[in-house]
Design a binder for this molecule. Structure first.
Ligand code: MN
Length: 420
């Protein structure tokens, strides 16, 4: 590896995540993150780096990754191998062209990496489902009778999924905290986050076909950090009987770099055992999750809220969880989603649902961290905190680390503005 890279960088040579970037004098195109750099894929293509791989090279000159993702796993694996060979070979002929194909990340603007067709949100963390159930129905009946038999999910909305760095205004909606009184219209008072991972579908299935659970991962391009912003008070009033609607579709934010399944291959770990036994179409020969540490940080705005760029507190760690805690694996989510013949398409996102770990400091939402707002968190300045306030910034980070190898997701960072 002849390009100097900080050993703590999320974007090691093992990672090579794909994204979409632009620079002041060139439009959106495909890039690959490496250390503090972005590899300009169209430029590297023009230098001949990928001549040995048979695919339409124009897929790198697109506003989204979808066309590249649709080329499939074999092309992606080959492209990654070429990149690793270039940077591993001290005599690489491309070494003399770095000023052409390496762009400083600080000079690049990152965009939404994927044109999301359909978005589905699952509910696949047992601790999260238990916590929410226990809060609303008591610990005895926390899990619904179906929960251990199928990966529960709902169809969400793709139009409001945006990339890290995009702020949003606190949503308004119908609230009815006291059902003996009529509802009223107001900004949500219970604005919450959901710490999730999103699976990016690379290749789909035809309508009427299903994806076998043991083949499902071949349809995955990679993963994103996903913050599924939620308005708990709107949700509480609207969700009966058809489930989440306006409490969930106002804003979801994703990290800009898609980390591939290949990059995460050495971080596989056994998934939790399932009991009772699941139906045959959900049975995997080898149940595995990915060991990816997930962290949620809160940055409070400390100054006059009218200041355009208020000073911010140091990021405060509010939760540390892990992608490995999913009871329902990504493969099971895909198998279940398609078992009725529903077609997945390139660019679909399947979010995991909030990923809560076993301990209270690993819960993935403020709903759980504060147990419905009843047990506020204490911030470093001594103030109490329940739900997200105006001008707060929430940062989710994710990384896998093992034997000196680090593969990270960067972050998804979102600031909440007042309702308008
Ligand atoms: Mn969610």
């Amino acid at each position: 590896m002849w390009l100097p890279i900080d050993p703590n960088s999320d974007f090691s040579i093992h990672n090579l995540p794909f994204g979409i970037f632009s620079t002041p004098n060139a439009p959106k195109r495909v890039g690959v993150a490496l250390g503090d750099w972005v590899i300009d894929m169209p430029v590297l293509t023009d230098l001949g780096a990928f001549n040995g791989i048979d695919f339409d090279k124009n897929v790198f000159r697109r506003d989204f990754l979808n066309d590249f993702m649709a080329t499939g796993k074999a092309v992606r694996v080959s492209v990654r191998q070429v990149l690793q060979q270039i940077f591993d070979d001290p005599c690489s002929p491309f070494k003399n062209h770095t000023s052409a194909f390496l762009v400083k990340q600080s000079d690049a603007t990152l965009s939404m990496p994927v044109k999301v067709g359909d978005y589905t949100d699952f509910y696949s963390s047992e601790q999260h489902a238990f916590n929410v159930g226990a809060m609303f129905r008591g610990a005895e009946n926390a899990l619904m009778p179906n929960w251990k038999h199928l990966p529960v999910g709902y169809h969400g909305r793709a139009s409001s999924i945006v990339v890290s760095g995009t702020p949003f205004h606190r949503p308004k909606g119908q609230l009815c905290p006291d059902e003996t009184q009529p509802p009223f219209f107001a900004p949500t008072k219970r604005l919450d986050i959901e710490l999730e991972m999103a699976t990016v579908i690379g290749t789909g299935n035809d309508l009427g076909d299903r994806i076998d659970v043991n083949q499902a991962e071949n349809h995955v391009f990679g993963f994103l950090l996903f913050n599924d912003w939620s308005a708990r008070d709107i949700q509480r009033w609207e969700y009966v009987p058809l489930g989440p609607f306006l409490a969930k579709n106002f804003f979801s934010s994703v990290s800009p770099w898609v980390v591939t399944t290949e990059a995460l291959a050495s971080f596989r770990t056994d998934a939790p055992a399932q009991s009772p036994e699941v139906l045959p179409y959900l049975q995997e020969t080898h149940r595995q999750n990915f060991d990816v540490t997930l962290e949620v940080y809160l940055e409070k705005s400390e100054t006059d809220k009218t200041t355009p760029t208020p000073q911010r507190s140091a990021p405060f760690l509010v939760s540390r969880s892990n992608f490995k805690h999913l009871y329902w694996t990504v493969a099971q989510q895909i198998a279940h989603h398609t078992v009725n013949g529903c077609n997945l398409n390139v660019g679909d996102l399947l979010a995991s649902g909030t990923i809560s770990g076993p301990t209270p400091d690993s819960y993935g939402s403020f709903l759980e961290l504060t147990w419905g707002g009843k047990n506020p968190l204490t911030l470093p300045d001594g103030t109490h905190y329940t739900f997200v306030q105006d001008y707060d910034t929430i940062i989710i980070r994710g990384f896998a680390e093992k034997e000196g190898k680090r593969v990270g997701f960067g972050e998804v960072r979102t600031t909440v503005l007042p309702a308008k």
